[in-house]
Design a binder for this molecule. Structure first.
Ligand SMILES: C[S@@+](CC[C@H](N)C(=O)[O-])C[C@H]1O[C@@H](n2cnc3c(N)ncnc32)[C@H](O)[C@@H]1O
Length: 297
């Protein structure tokens, strides 16, 4: 395991501890749970749709409640594309689909939840660097930058991705938010971070990611966790450990099936406090996963 120099460590005036952290996430997570309970109600129709698609049967838009349509369309795309060939990100149909996906109400709820959580934390405690892994086109980073401007909080942001296109995302963000300090690095999180990235960190560091870990797998936690004093993960982690039809379908696009217990084993090596923020939701809407996990050193 690599080590991070403590030379930048400044005295923490507003120390983050477990209680303060729980206090900070209370409102954004309550908002998220209420929105999800209202929006989703019951997750089972999607699982039924996934079973049919896996069996090569048709599922019409009308067969599921409107809110699930973006997910149904994604599953349909996976089923259609992988019936004849391997999943290929450069396939034009796939690129077109992803260009519009982030506008769906469900995605907006996810974005508001992670940005709301980060912004509560950085308003109430002192972090000196924000790091995002698997930034992609930067929807979360963009919303976070906008929020930092609105709240008049300027913390240096480092975005990263294994794809070299991350420098384009950085330039777009710099142009939109010239008052902020935004850096970018190519980093495949199945490997240790680049030295240049480590050299720019000022502790304490808040690291976050959304929907990147499924592509990298549980063990990538060993590469990202050493950087983070606090880590926020927004990934679907299975609570039962049993693959649903939904998971089998998604794994066809090369994602790993993530299991909470397995992720927790890795997290425990690096953090003293691990918290599932949305445990209530699993019960309320029959949701087989937890989506928000936070871990504190
Ligand atoms: C589904 S996209 C999510 C993008 C963004 N986080 C969001 O929520 O809108 C997954 C992203 O993870 C990146 N990714 C996949 N595997 C990775 C790895 N091993 N290391 C770093 N980034 C990775 C992909 O390039 C892609 O940008």
């Amino acid at each position: 395991m690599y080590h991070i120099s403590g030379r930048h460590l400044k005295e923490r005036t507003r120390m983050i501890d477990k209680n303060r952290l729980l206090e900070c996430i209370k409102k954004p997570m309550t908002d998220y749970l209420n929105q999800m309970k209202h929006t989703l109600r019951n997750w089972e129709p999607l699982e039924e749709a996934a079973k049919k698609l896996l069996n090569g049967r048709e599922v019409k838009d009308d067969d599921v409640p409107d809110v699930y349509l973006p997910v149904l369309r994604m599953m349909r795309l996976i089923a259609e594309v992988t019936r004849e060939s391997e999943w290929d990100w450069s396939n034009p149909a796939i690129q077109k689909f992803f260009a519009n996906k982030s506008e769906s109400p469900l995605y907006q709820i996810f974005t508001n939840a992670i940005v709301g959580t980060i912004s509560e934390i950085i308003q109430k405690t002192d972090f000196n660097t924000l790091v995002e892994v698997g930034t992609g086109p930067g929807q979360v980073s963009d919303a976070l930058c906008r929020k930092m401007i609105d709240d008049k909080i300027h913390i240096p942001l480092i975005i990263s991705d294994r794809a070299p296109g991350i420098s384009r995302t950085r330039e777009t963000l710099r142009q939109k938010y010239p008052a902020l300090t935004i850096d970018s690095f190519v980093w495949n999180i199945t490997r240790e971070p680049p030295r240049e990235l480590l050299a720019t960190l000022k502790k304490p560091v808040l690291l976050f990611e959304r929907f990147c870990l499924p592509y990298a797998g549980h063990s990538a936690i060993d590469n990202i966790a050493p950087l983070a004093d606090l880590m926020i993960m927004q990934d679907d982690l299975s609570l039962s450990g049993e693959k649903a039809a939904f998971d089998i379908l998604y794994s066809k696009m090369g994602t790993n099936f993530l299991i909470f217990k397995e992720a927790e084993k890795y997290l425990k090596k690096h953090f003293s406090f691990i918290h599932t923020c949305d445990a209530d939701l699993a019960q309320a809407v029959n949701y087989p996963v937890t989506t928000f996990t936070i871990a504190l050193k």
